[in-house]
Each structure stands twice: as C-alpha cells, then as structure tokens.
Ligand binder design. Structure first.
Ligand code: DGL
Length: 265
C-alpha cells in the first residue's frame, strides 16, 4: 500500500483526457496534474528542449511527493521517456507502451497514427509497434494545428470540422483498422474524427490504455492507495493566462481550482 498521489503532466489541457480516464480506472488515488502552459506547444519543439521540459515537470511532481509520474503527453513520451525513466526512484510511465501492448493483443494489420509533428518525426510509435507487430502497415499523419485549437476550446466548431477533414484524408484513401490518437489533445476531436471515418476504424484513445496499465501495475507492485476518504485532485499550471480553466471545466464537467507552479527553465 502506498497512499501517495499520482503525478500527471502535459503541455496543457490534453493530459486531462488521460486524467479523466485515470480517475475512472483508479477511483481511490489522489492525483496532481501539471499543465506546462508557459511552454505550450510542445509539438514543434526540438528533442533537447522536450527532454529538458520533461525533466523539470517530472521533478516538480516528484517534489510534490508523488509515487508515479504519468507523462500524459505523446510528444514528451515519444522524445523524452527513454532519457528520463531511469533517472528517478519513482516509475515514469508514458502513453506509448500501454497502448502498443494493448493493440498487440489484437494484432491489427493496418494502424494509423495522428500526432504532433515532433511525435511523428521521432518515429517512436512506428518503432514500438514494429517491435511487436512487424507485419503491421502503419500510416502516420502529423496534425500541427489541433493542439492549439484544443487549447482554445475549438473542438466541435466549423474550423475544427474542416481541419479534421483535411488531416484524416490519409485514412480515407487508405482505411486503417485502428487509429491511434497519439497526442492527448486529440480525443477532444473524437466525435468529428468518427463522423469522418465511420465505424470501420476503431479510434484508440491512449488515456484508457494508460488507465488499465497503471491499475495492473499498482496492484502487482502493491502500491495501490488504501483509504476511505474521497480522493484529492490538485491542478497546477506554469502560466495562468490561458484558456485552461474554461476548457478544463468543460472536459471534467466540474469547477476546479488551479495553483501556480513555479518551474524555472
Ligand atoms: N498533448 C501533447 C501531446 O500529446 C502536446 C501537444 C503540444 O503541446 O503540442 O503530444
């Protein structure tokens, strides 16, 4: 038993799509969420910068006393997880491994990936999929505009609809069995993506995969929280002047309080 909270971070609101799955899968766990809104967006930054930001965010959460850190960001997972996961004495979990392990149970023949430019450029998803499913055909699409639109709350308007139409063209000309939303902001566009692609393509939301992976992991390592009180959720941002609160209240369907995180880069 380990009653310490779980730490989660992303560049902004995207990680809340993971957070909302984690609180379903792990209803007893306290959580601390960090949105690095000061450095948003991560998707177009260099690998070195992403590693530096990932270290700072992970250390911020470790200093808050967490028992595990979830990198709820595809860009940071794909470019920095392998540089940080052995540095700390708490486990650091990204979104790629839980998703690929779960997909491997079904061994789809065609897999699509939508993610940020940095994630697609890193080829980490492609490499991790090929290790377990060497015959899978992978089609990837960078979607540089989507995270910005999600931060503004533009996930269901006409601009979002047209932008999604453009980005999913690749998966219309070559339909895929599974489409991984490799950036945690993208589940916010799930409805529009489904409308475009129909029901033959299963949309894979990484938050759900991370939730069940972490549930098993905490059980197996006997690190689950055992207590009867309501879980406590804390939210930190590195810059308060963002739309975060509005978008977060919409995603979580409840009013949250935000604190300022002081992280020096
Ligand atoms: N939510 C992030 C991801 O999963 C970051 C998007 C961004 O900051 O560009 O990649």
């Amino acid at each position: 038993m380990d009653n310490r909270p779980i730490g989660i971070f992303d560049s902004g609101v995207g990680g809340l799509t993971v957070f909302s799955e984690l609180i379903k899968a792990l209803p007893n766990e306290d959580m601390i969420y960090l949105g690095d809104t000061k450095q948003f967006p991560y998707g177009n930054k260099s690998k070195d910068t992403i590693i530096e930001l990932t270290k700072k965010n992970t250390e911020f959460l470790i200093n808050k006393g967490v028992k595990a850190v979830v990198i709820a960001c595809g860009t940071a997972t794909s470019q920095a997880l392998d540089s940080v996961y052995e540095l700390y004495d708490v486990p650091v979990i990204g979104i790629i491994e839980p998703t690929v392990l779960s997909l491997n149970k079904e061994k789809p023949k065609t897999i699509g990936i939508m993610a940020t430019t940095g994630t697609i450029r890193s080829k980490t998803w492609q490499l991790e999929i090929k290790k377990l499913m060497p015959d899978a055909e992978i089609i990837s699409q960078a979607c540089p505009l989507l995270a910005q639109m999600a931060e503004e709350g533009w996930t269901e308007n006409d601009v979002a609809r047209l932008t999604i139409k453009e980005y999913v063209k690749a998966f219309k000309s070559k339909p895929v069995e599974k489409l991984i939303l490799g950036c945690t902001h993208y589940p916010l566009f799930k409805k529009l993506i489904e409308e475009e692609l129909g029901t033959n393509t299963e949309i894979i939301d990484t938050g759900k995969k991370v939730g069940s992976y972490l549930e098993t992991y905490l059980k197996e390592t006997k690190r689950e929280t055992v207590k009867k009180t309501k879980p406590v959720y804390e939210f930190y941002l590195t810059d308060m002047e963002s739309q975060f609160l509005k978008v977060a209240n919409n995603i979580l369907q409840e009013e949250i309080q935000i604190k300022k995180a002081k992280i020096r880069i």
